[in-house]
Structures are given as structure tokens and as C-alpha cells.
Design a protein around this ligand. Structure first.
Ligand code: RAT
Ligand code: ZN
Length: 455
């Protein structure tokens, strides 16, 4: 480390080392601590299906991003969806490997990810056979493998997503979950805002005296439900995803629907759903978040199951409404909001919105914008508008091993944007040091998230 200002020629390697060396706190994944159980791969490629923590070759290859891609190549007229879903994980993986890696080149971002992960794990698939890699995965112990992957990806903490309305997961929490210092929980509550009648029915069955009408008694009981689950999970924030036509307030634009989505005429079922969602947001979710000092994360722009047969791979992107985000940030100054949006078209307006509200933290390049060309564009634009005050990336990993590639690819892109921006500052006469770069990189990959939680 040197205190002398960097020359413009030194910038690139200093930034690249700093970004590679900085441990990441990954603020949104779908990974689980091993205590939640894990399907164990065998060398024969058969996996015991129980458990929540997905890892290993067959899970990597059957990631829903790749399921969508294989159906472009082998359409449902050739392999009907029901047949695909009845295949074993290993058979699905073999099918995807054959069609996306062997019979054409694996150059999509999701395909490239598998290659990066395997290479960084030290596995050689250059003979295009999966057998040796399968054998290697079958020898791993899940808990030790978590350490190994975290070390390789240089991730120091993994944030889970814990959907409280998922029956299997709820059961698992009720049995008691021993804390694992590597993992933190996030209380995921989508049905509360997206489908209040269904959420209310479940909560009622679980012993909370809530009704479909959002009156005072229901509000109190729904708050009790959230407090109980925040305590049980030790959740560090609350989260949900919202459709492109989510509006706040719900009647801001009735032509395009509200919280529940759907967009039917004012006073119709979608409108009632949207209004119930808004009441629950205003009277239950945000007050409990504020009382506990917890941020509320909104991931906006996913239209679920436009092709239901593809299951998780069947969701679509849609342009959402940034004005609804600013209305919420303005109406609830005591609350903290993490926001990411799925459509490329929303990114600029969202970054500008964050300039107006200190309680709005923009994060990540989510799902369909988590591609190199768009990460580069979005990160560059965010640095130009927000300086160091945003969270550039989360992994959204669903399979443990994906941490290795998602962070490898993102680090490279973040470093290249930052190198350009630091060179511009050096050209403008700023005496930049290595310590300055390391401090900023720590903000981006760890402290902006941690500090916002504490704020
Ligand atoms: O990125 C994904 O894997 C999506 O399927 C979603 O899970 C999304 O990230 C979400 O959290 O809703
Ligand atoms: Zn996600």
C-alpha cells in the first residue's frame, strides 16, 4: 500500500486488486444454510430431492435461466413440459448439457456462468463429459463445501430469502433453526401485499385473528404475525417482488392496476386487491419495519408465469413505475427502502429517484439485467449519478456454486467501470491513493449495505 497518489497508469491494477480482495456481503440470494437440508448429489447423478440448499453440477445445469434457454432449442412440441418436469435432475442436466453446451456453443451469460464456476472449482469439462465432475461433487460434504465456495467467491456473508407463506419452509422454521453465522435471514412476504385474501386465510389458520377486511383488529394481528416471524428468523430486512403494474398509491393510475396487479376497472376485483395491499403496506408492513429499524426491499417489474409450464423459468419483465417508489419514499420518511427494478428502461429514472431520497437505497442488477452489457451500462450510470452511495450488485444465486461465477463476472465489470471513473478523477487532478480505492470498494461490496441496515 502506498500513500503517494496513483498515476493514471496504476489505476487499473489497483482497482482490480481491490475489487478482487474485498470480501462481499451478498444482500440477496436464494441460498440456505446447510441446517435447512440439502439434496445430495451422487456420482450416478441421482439426488435425494429433500432439502433447501441447492448445490452441485446438476443444480447448476438445471438453473431456471438455462431451462428457459433449452426450450428455445428443443421446443415443447418436441419435449412436452410435463415430460421434462418428470425427468430426474440428472436427466434434465444431461439434456441441457447436450443441447446448450455440446451441440452449440455455451456463450449465453447463464451458460458461461456454468463454465466459470466449474473452472474455478478446478473441474475440467473440456472433453465435454460430465461424469468426472459428477464424481467430484458426490464426494463433497455440504457444510464444508459452503466454506470452500465462500472462500473461492470471496463472499463473507450470505443473505437468504425466507418466504414465510411457503408451507415447507415455514414448517422447517417452526421445528427450530440453529443459527449459522455464515447466513442471515430475510422475511419474504409477497402474498401479504399481492394477494391479501389468500394471506389472511393462511394467517387465520395459523392462529392470527385476521379478517379479509383490513380493520383495526386485523391490523394489530397482522403486525403481531410479522413481529413473531422477524423474531423467529432474526430477519435483517423484509422483502417482496412486485409486478410492473404495481402503483402507489394504488389508485394513482387505475388503468394499469395496483398492488395486486391485474389492471381491471376501478372498483373491480383487481382494484380491491390493490387497495387491500396498500392498507397492509401502510398500516402493517411499514410501521413494523420502522418500529424494528428494518429496511423494506422491493424488487419491482416481474410479471409472474407468463408461461406457467416453464415454472420458475416462465416469468417475464415489464416496465414499472418509478413515481410510485418516490411517492412511497416521500410518504414514509421514517422507513428505509431497498429497491431494484427488472426493466432496463426503469434504471435511469430509479437512479435519479435515489438522488432525491436518502431513505432509498438502489441495489443490484436483477435477473434479466444481470448481463455484462447491462451491468456495465447500469453501473456506469449509477456511479455518474450516485457516486459511491449505492449497492452495485447482489448475486441472486439459487445454487451455492453460482456464487463463484456471479461474483467473478460482476467483480470484473465493477472494476472496469471504477477504473474509468478513477482515471477521470486523476485526470482532473485528484490525488487518488490505494487506500481511497480500497475504502470505496468496501462501501460498494459491503458497508453501504451494512450501514443502511444500521441507519
Ligand atoms: O432471479 C431469480 O431467480 C428469480 O426467479 C426470482 O427469484 C427473483 O430473484 C426474486 O427474488 O423474486
Ligand atoms: Zn431473487
Amino acid at each position: 500500500m502506498t500513500a503517494a497518489p496513483l498515476t493514471r497508469d496504476q489505476v487499473e491494477s489497483v482497482v482490480s486488486s481491490a475489487v478482487r480482495a474485498q470480501p462481499v456481503v451478498d444482500m440477496h440470494t436464494h441460498l440456505y444454510a446447510p441446517v435447512f437440508g440439502s439434496p445430495v448429489p451422487t456420482s450416478a447423478g441421482k439426488a435425494d430431492r429433500g432439502g433447501f440448499l441447492l448445490w452441485g453440477l446438476d443444480e447448476l445445469l438445471t438453473y431456471h435461466y438455462l431451462v428457459a434457454e433449452v426450450y428455445r432449442v428443443v421446443p415443447a412440441t418436441v419435449l412436452p413440459y410435463e415430460r421434462f418436469w418428470k425427468m430426474t435432475k440428472a436427466e434434465q442436466a444431461d439434456h441441457i448439457w447436450k443441447h446448450l453446451f455440446v451441440e452449440r456453443s455455451p456463450i449465453s451469460e447463464a451458460c458461461r456462468g456454468v463454465l466459470t464456476a466449474l473452472r474455478k472449482l478446478g473441474l475440467d469439462v473440456s472433453d465435454r463429459s460430465l461424469a468426472p465432475a459428477r464424481k467430484w461433487f458426490a464426494q463433497q460434504d455440504p457444510s464444508r463445501y459452503v466454506d470452500r465456495v465462500m472462500e473461492l467467491a470471496n463472499v463473507e456473508s450470505i443473505t437468504m430469502t425466507n418466504p414465510v407463506f411457503d408451507d415447507a419452509e415455514r414448517e422447517r422454521w417452526l421445528k427450530g433453526v440453529k443459527p449459522d453465522p455464515r447466513f442471515e435471514a430475510v422475511l419474504r412476504i409477497d402474498p401479504l401485499l399481492r394477494d391479501w385474501p389468500a394471506a389472511a386465510k393462511k394467517m387465520h389458520a395459523w392462529g392470527y385473528a385476521v379478517g379479509t377486511e383490513v380493520d383495526d383488529a386485523t391490523v394489530e394481528e397482522a403486525r403481531r404475525f410479522l413481529r413473531d416471524w422477524i423474531d423467529r428468523q432474526k430477519a435483517i430486512y423484509l422483502a417482496l417482488s412486485l409486478p410492473p403494474d404495481w402503483r402507489y398509491p394504488a389508485d394513482a393510475d387505475t388503468s394499469s392496476g395496483g398492488t395486486g396487479g391485474g389492471g381491471i376497472s376501478a372498483g373491480g376485483p383487481a382494484d380491491l386487491l390493490a387497495r387491500a395491499g396498500q392498507s397492509i403496506l401502510e398500516r402493517v408492513v411499514l410501521p413494523v419495519c420502522a418500529e424494528r429499524g428494518l429496511p423494506f426491499a422491493m424488487m419491482i417489474g416481474s410479471r409472474l408465469r407468463v408461461n406457467p409450464d416453464l415454472r420458475d423459468a416462465g416469468d417475464m419483465v415489464g416496465k414499472a413505475d418509478v413515481a410510485s417508489v418516490t411517492s412511497l419514499a416521500r410518504a414514509f420518511p421514517q422507513n428505509k427502502f431497498f429497491v431494484t427494478m427488472l426493466s432496463r428502461e426503469n434504471q435511469h429514472e430509479l437512479a435519479v429517484a435515489a438522488r432525491k431520497f436518502g431513505n432509498l437505497m438502489v441495489f443490484g442488477c436483477w435477473w434479466f439485467v444481470n448481463n455484462p452489457s447491462l451491468i456495465d451500462e447500469i453501473t456506469r450510470m449509477r456511479v455518474e449519478l450516485l457516486g459511491t452511495s449505492f449497492i452495485p450488485q447482489h448475486s441472486d444465486a439459487r445454487v451455492l456454486d453460482q456464487l463463484v461465477y456471479k461474483w467473478d463476472h460482476s467483480r470484473g465489470l465493477i472494476a472496469s467501470v471504477l477504473a474509468d471513473k478513477y482515471r477521470d478523477a486523476v485526470d482532473a487532478g485528484w490525488p487518488l491513493t490505494t487506500a481511497d480505492v480500497e475504502r470505496d470498494v468496501r462501501l460498494y461490496l459491503k458497508d453501504n449495505f451494512r450501514d443502511f441496515l444500521k441507519r
